[in-house]
Write a protein that binds this ligand. Structure first.
Ligand SMILES: Nc1ncnc2c1ncn2[C@@H]1O[C@H](COP(=O)(O)OP(=O)(O)OP(=O)(O)O)[C@@H](O)[C@H]1O
Ligand SMILES: [Mg+2]
Length: 339
């Protein structure tokens, strides 16, 4: 079992509140993703768990033990950084074997060899084992960095945007591999990304950070469909959720509703509808089209099927079902309304 628990963690750098009263539990075998804009405190949270920073307030428990003051080595965590951090003079093989050769492990040569070859095969770098780690492509280097973490069985894997420096195709491939490996190992993993597709495809739970505070912690499905604020609603989905002033849609709603959110896939163009819209732009993505329309000066995006034919400057009618609307108050917080 390996579980990591943060209780009311606060970390300041001079005047900057990097992490603010953060409580979070990463359960055994769980893949948790931290999502948030730049400066939200994601890296600092990982560094606090690893023991590379010390918390000003709060406690960190690893497997139920208070580890708030433990040295990094005692915490037994594996960290993958955004930029490849390999030993440049070592071969790929030695980079992968390095964590296993620690005298504390007392692993024999054959076991190390098997482990290194297994992980290299999983990550498709088995034919690069003899290369110097500097004689690799960026994608291969990052695989080695991930492999070096995966050869161990630490309490938790901490990964800080490990795929962000790779091209889109490789990122997609490694995303699937990493998720498979995590499931097979039943590894406990805390993963930082800016990429909402990575977050929704890999996470069991997503934590949304804003200025060091955890704003919502839920499954990807709940974060997407039941966000607790406009800030959270904005983090997932492409194109972004439409947020419009409540008076734009002529519907019966309580006074305190100031904004209405509707995902683009829930906006339909329907000749029998009431609301008029003017098409501004059309993006054909092959599997779907994204249509931007103005409704009384507000831009609303719709995702429509590729065979729906519309032209720029067409005037169309738009329909949005009430059950697909999210309601928010003047402070951008969600209001639940019985439908
Ligand atoms: N060593 C440091 N000294 C001073 N301020 C720091 C230090 N490390 C982080 N900060 C500040 O703390 C805040 C959180 O930084 P952090 O690196 O955790 O953000 P992040 O969410 O990882 O952002 P990014 O997405 O850009 O990587 C930022 O305002 C940052 O400037
Ligand atoms: Mg960071």
């Amino acid at each position: 079992m390996s579980e990591v628990k943060l209780k009311n963690i606060t970390k300041k750098f001079d005047q900057t509140l990097a992490v603010s009263d953060l409580s979070l539990t990463i359960k055994h075998g769980e893949f948790v993703v931290l999502l948030g804009p730049t400066g939200a405190g994601k890296t600092t949270t990982l560094r606090l768990i690893a023991g590379l920073e010390s918390a000003d307030q709060g406690k960190i428990f690893i497997n139920g033990q208070d580890s708030t003051k433990s040295q990094p080595a005692q915490r037994d965590v594996a960290f993958v950084f955004q930029q490849y951090s390999l030993y440049p003079n070592y071969s790929v093989y030695d980079n992968l074997a390095f964590p296993l050769r620690s005298p504390y492990r007392k692993m024999n040569k054959q076991d190390i060899d098997k482990k290194v070859r297994d992980i290299a095969t999983t990550l498709h770098i088995e034919d690069k084992l003899k290369n110097k780690s500097t004689h690799l492509s960026g994608g291969e280097m990052q695989r080695v960095a991930i492999g070096r973490a995966l050869v161990r069985e630490p309490n938790i894997f901490l990964m800080d945007e490990p795929l962000s420096s790779l091209d889109a195709k490789l990122r997609e491939e490694l995303r699937l591999e990493l998720k498979n490996i995590q499931v097979n190992l039943q590894a406990t993993l805390l993963y930082v990304t800016h990429d909402h597709v990575e977050a929704t495809t890999m996470a069991d739970h997503i934590g949304i950070l804003k200025e060091g505070e955890l704003i919502q912690f839920d499954t990807p499905d709940t974060i997407y469909n039941q966000p607790n604020s406009i800030y959270v609603a904005d983090r997932l989905g492409s194109p972004k959720i439409n947020i419009m002033p409540s008076h734009l849609l002529n519907i019966d709603i309580p006074e305190n509703v100031k904004y209405i959110g509707v995902r683009p896939e829930n906006v339909t163009i329907d000749e029998t509808a009431q609301m008029q819209a003017h098409i501004e732009t059309i993006q054909n993505l092959g599997v779907e089209k994204i249509i931007s329309m103005s409704i009384n000066g507000e831009i609303i995006r719709a995702i429509v099927r590729p065979d729906e034919f519309h032209k720029i400057h067409d005037t169309v009618k738009v329909h949005i079902t009430r059950k697909n609307m999210l309601f928010f108050d003047k402070n951008f917080q969600r209001i639940q309304i019985k439908q």
